[in-house]
Design a protein around this ligand. Structure first.
Ligand code: MG
Length: 400
């Protein structure tokens, strides 16, 4: 841990975070500026906004954006507390920060944190450290830095080494960087157009001392596609509590001219006797998922005694089971179904059923299997008295 100098001039007053998200960085792919790309179910920018807005020492958060991204910004910042109006950025990062500071100057904070919108993994301890360095320890500027493990070479225009700096004196710096607001605003005004890529450098150029404190190796800047995979893995808890559930359902044939199977209406010489639409595939699948969740059965969630389920379309039952899995942070990995009947023939409808079930569950088609068999004219299904379905569901839940 880098020592923070003893208090010289502790500061008091509000702390504002300025998140810089005006870049067009498309290098990481997917056609969207990277700060708006989805990451673990939310836009990249939303993760950092949540971290800052949730920090007890942060009073307000503002974001510098490209006005062309306003719709994306509104989505990424939805329901974030402590958030002020977005500020229109400029053509360079340095200019965007200066415009952001000018906007804050109307009601100046004591301390401002500047953060890159493409660093979603910033956490509360790091935010607390940079704020403490400026507010409590009195540093005019504090930036998180990491010791470098590679030897760094400085080269000339032809690629020849001009210098090998001592590695133990080198730090790779990150954001958030914290500053006395008035000092940073003055430095930015003085250095406008200098083409600096980091606000600490703006302060250095203005003659201020900049303290480097311990950074966080996890606080990566998303630049390349593989960075997204890394960040995704860090933000998503592993779904390694793997559950298997089974379901079984039977309905007898009765008067009618069609049956519902796998969410598909199939013309048939009979119907089924049932309180709901009598879809044995969807009922077995629902029970299989509920079984994997150890959360009762279809009858306990949708009592047949309740008139509201009379004639109900069974996709509601399956969607409810899927929602219960999602509410627990889970994912349906696979559903394997076997239908047992002599009639109707399943084969011609198999793909339509798979697509329907995959649609209800919100999974890809390759996660739904439907198989059919007869019982060789033996037993109730063999005599054509009714039909049955068996299902096995594999559900992945977060460990814990
Ligand atoms: Mg049933």
């Amino acid at each position: 841990m880098t020592d923070i100098p003893r208090p010289s001039q502790p500061a008091s007053g509000p702390v504002t975070v300025l998140v810089v998200a005006a870049g067009r960085g498309l290098r990481a792919g997917a056609g969207l500026p990277k700060q708006y790309r989805p990451l673990a179910g939310r836009p990249v920018l939303a993760h950092a906004l949540a971290a800052f807005a949730g920090h007890p020492r942060v009073d307000s958060v503002r974001v510098v954006i490209d006005p062309a991204d306003r719709v994306l910004y509104d989505r990424a910042s939805e329901a974030v507390p402590k958030l002020g109006q977005p500020i229109a950025g400029g053509p360079t990062r340095q200019e965007s920060v200066r415009l952001g500071l000018e906007a804050l100057a109307e009601d100046p904070p004591a301390c401002v944190l500047i953060h890159d919108g493409a660093r979603p993994l910033v956490d509360a301890p790091l935010i607390g450290r940079v704020i403490a360095a400026v507010m409590d320890a009195g540093a005019p500027a504090a930036v998180p830095g990491l010791a470098v493990t590679d030897t760094i070479k400085q080269v000339d225009d032809n690629g020849f080494v001009t210098q090998t700096p001592e590695r133990h004196r080198l730090r790779a710096v990150q954001t958030p960087q914290a500053f006395r607001f008035d000092a940073l605003l003055k430095a930015h005004r003085a250095q406008a157009g200098a083409g600096l890529t980091d606000d600490a450098a703006v302060m250095e150029a203005a003659g201020h001392r900049v303290l480097v404190i311990d950074g966080d190796p996890a606080n990566i800047k998303l630049t390349h596609p593989e960075d997204f995979a890394l960040a995704e893995a860090r933000l998503s808890p592993p779904l390694d509590d793997i559950r298997t559930g089974q379901g079984y359902d039977v309905h007898a044939f009765g008067p009618g001219d069609h049956v519902w199977l796998g969410g598909i209406r199939i013309p048939h010489k009979a119907g089924v006797l049932a309180h709901s639409d009598g879809d044995v595939i969807l009922h077995a699948a629902t029970d299989a998922i509920l079984g994997a969740l150890a959360d009762g059965d279809i009858g306990s969630h949708f009592p047949p005694s309740d008139p509201q389920w009379k004639g109900a379309s069974s996709d509601r039952f399956l969607a409810h089971a899927a929602a219960l899995a999602a509410a627990r942070g889970g994912r349906i990995a696979h559903l394997d179904i076997t239908v047992v009947c002599e009639q109707p023939r399943i084969g011609p409808h198999r793909e339509a059923m798979r697509a329907r079930i995959a649609g209800i569950l919100g999974v890809t088609l390759d996660r739904v299997a439907i198989k059919a068999t007869t019982s060789e004219r033996m037993g109730f299904t063999g005599r054509g008295e009714g039909l049955a379905a068996l299902a096995v569901a594999t559900v992945r839940l977060p460990a814990g």
